[in-house]
Ligand binder design. Structure first.
Ligand code: SF4
Length: 344
């Protein structure tokens, strides 16, 4: 059964206690406009309503508890305790111009077993509820941080968790987080049913597809999901997404030294993305320098700088839009799943 979010619970409590409907707005304003993190401090509410909120939802608005935080100049990484004695992590990135972006988890662990990924070694523990997903952001909000953009790129495969659609509803609700759809990015390894649902229900949310190899056999080896949803099928779904939404689609490509960073790979990536019809200019490749981890069974290394430059040059020469993602947090285990691994 789908878990009820705290916002639905608050609405229900307000109505069960025969309170005027504006009480709900008072509570959400306290949380989202005045950054109030405890129900006890909502003194504008009648005490019987406050007591009921505390009895049902606990004293704190945020239901997940930060247990560890690592901070470097531009990155802050927080490990949260969630129900069931489990842990998930979220990252805040502060860009020089003051923009604050967040990377949040959607699952505890992950069952897809991508070879280069620390989270993949944990296996899937469980899906996070919509509250657990959005509370990662609520924690930063209550602590006074602006929420400029958010990516579902932390632990887990976002589109494998049906509750992310409830989380998206909460994040975009103007009376709650009120985030613009275009400030949210969902990242996927290519789960077709999820991509189709996102296209239908949240067409303006940004979509990133993790490619990591243009060759089916190698991609299947790196990312076993490719056997179920091969690259070409996923790209066809992405073509439809572009046609339906008129929005860019990002192709994430982690560069692994000597594995997928050759000239042949760059040319094959360009080949995959060309000739896709009127929307093909809306594909944008995002090259990602690999963050090494000691946790994965096979160890991969970051590509040499010259190789990255060459990869970019080839894609550009073939007319493909490409950028190299700024690298953050190598000093604090920025690869997802690493903080979790070290806390065990
Ligand atoms: S890359 Fe994503 S889908 Fe693959 S194992 Fe890691 S968290 Fe799961």
């Amino acid at each position: 059964m789908r878990p009820t979010s705290k916002y639905e619970m608050i609405r229900r409590i307000v109505s069960d206690f025969k309170q005027p409907t504006y009480r709900y707005r008072q509570i959400t304003d306290a949380i989202f406009k005045q950054n109030v993190g405890e129900y006890e401090r909502m003194t504008m509410l009648p005490s019987l309503l406050r007591d009921e909120l505390i009895r049902t939802l606990g004293p704190y608005v945020c239901s997940i508890v930060p247990v560890k935080e690592l901070t470097s100049r531009q990155v802050s990484k927080v490990l949260f305790a969630i129900a069931g004695n489990e842990r998930v992590e979220a990252v805040r990135l502060s860009y020089e111009r003051g923009w604050k972006s967040y990377c949040i988890s959607t699952q505890c662990g992950c069952g897809f077993g991508c070879k280069f990924c620390a989270t993949g070694t944990i296996g899937l523990k469980r899906n996070l509820t919509a509250d657990e997903i959005t509370d990662q952001l609520l924690h930063f909000h209550i602590n006074g941080h602006a929420l400029d953009s958010v990516a579902f790129m932390g632990m887990g495969e976002a589109l494998a968790n049906p509750y992310i659609f409830d989380a998206l509803t909460i994040l975009t609700d103007p009376s709650l987080f009120g985030l613009g759809h275009r400030r949210i990015t969902v990242s996927t390894i290519g789960l077709l049913p999820g991509i189709e649902k996102l296209t239908r229900e949240f067409p303006q949310v940004n979509l990133t597809f993790s490619l990591h190899s243009p060759f089916d056999d190698q991609r299947s080896e790196l990312m076993p999901i490719n056997d179920r949803f091969p690259v070409r099928d996923v790209l066809n779904a992405l073509d439809l997404h572009i046609r339906h939404t008129g929005r860019k689609v990002y192709i994430a490509y982690i560069l692994l030294r000597g594995v997928n960073d050759s000239i042949v790979h760059a040319e094959a990536v360009a080949e995959l993305l060309r000739g896709r019809g009127p929307g093909e200019h809306l594909y944008h490749v995002n090259l990602i320098p690999y963050n090494s981890t000691e946790i994965t069974p096979e160890s991969y290394q970051q590509s040499y700088r010259d190789q990255v430059i060459m990869f970019v040059r080839i894609l550009k020469s073939k007319g493909i839009n490409v950028t190299v993602r700024t690298q953050f947090g190598t000093d604090i285990d920025a690869a997802c799943g690493q903080l979790y691994g070290h806390s065990q």
